[in-house]
Design a protein around this ligand. Sequence first.
Ligand code: HEM
Ligand code: HEM
Length: 178
Amino acid sequence: MEQSVLINSHPVWDRFVRFFHWALVSCVAINYFVLNDGKTFHQWVGYFALTLVMARIIWGFIGSRYALFSDFFPTPGRVVHHVRQMKSGNHKIPLGHNPLGALMMLTLLTVVLALGTTGWMQTLDAYWGEEWLQNLHRFIGNFLISLATLHALAAIVMGRLERTRLIKAMVTGVKERW
Ligand code: HEM
Ligand code: HEM
């Protein structure tokens, strides 16, 4: 399916996508910076993050138009086309995720799932006290924060280049150009 192009302003992100995004950001930030002791609250916040990601995956099949994986799935053809257009300096602005943003979005979801899984494994008798698992969980946590920083910077830079309020759109749901 060809992606629709943003002309002026258009509603893009539904309520669930917006709630999902900022709730996930809060869970990750709380678990990384505040409740990073691995105790009960850390575990509950981590499970809530996992639940959010699973709900988002379901929403990717049944949600509103721009939330659907089929709208933005970064097929090699879409990624190459997007990069070529960016290089030529006259790329069109897709209404939903651009293919590189979509690649990052899918990576972030996968990394949160990996973090939740390695966290949960630490609570099992079979892996209790295993140092390699603790180190792996910590490594994935650091990796997630690095990716998320890159992702937020990309949203700021792309928003400026495209003169589009990308971050505001994740709050109000409406993508606007200025
Ligand atoms: C958003 C998801 C999560 C994030 C961002 C996160 C992040 C972290 C961080 C930064 C630490 C501290 C590592 C250190 O000692 O330097 C940690 C430790 C720990 N986490 Fe998570 N975590 C998440 C999910 C979970 C889940 C779902 C569980 C279990 C159900 C869990 C269990 C633990 C445990 C047991 C530790 C202590 C490990 C140790 O002693 O080093 N985490 N986590
Ligand atoms: C732990 C931190 C973060 C995670 C895990 C994360 C994850 C995600 C995910 C999964 C999406 C896709 C949304 C969807 O389709 O459901 C997304 C989109 C987006 N995020 Fe984040 N995010 C994080 C932090 C941030 C921050 C700090 C900002 C802004 C300062 C930000 C700005 C955005 C924007 C603007 C989009 C929409 C991109 C577009 O227009 O294609 N994110 N993020």
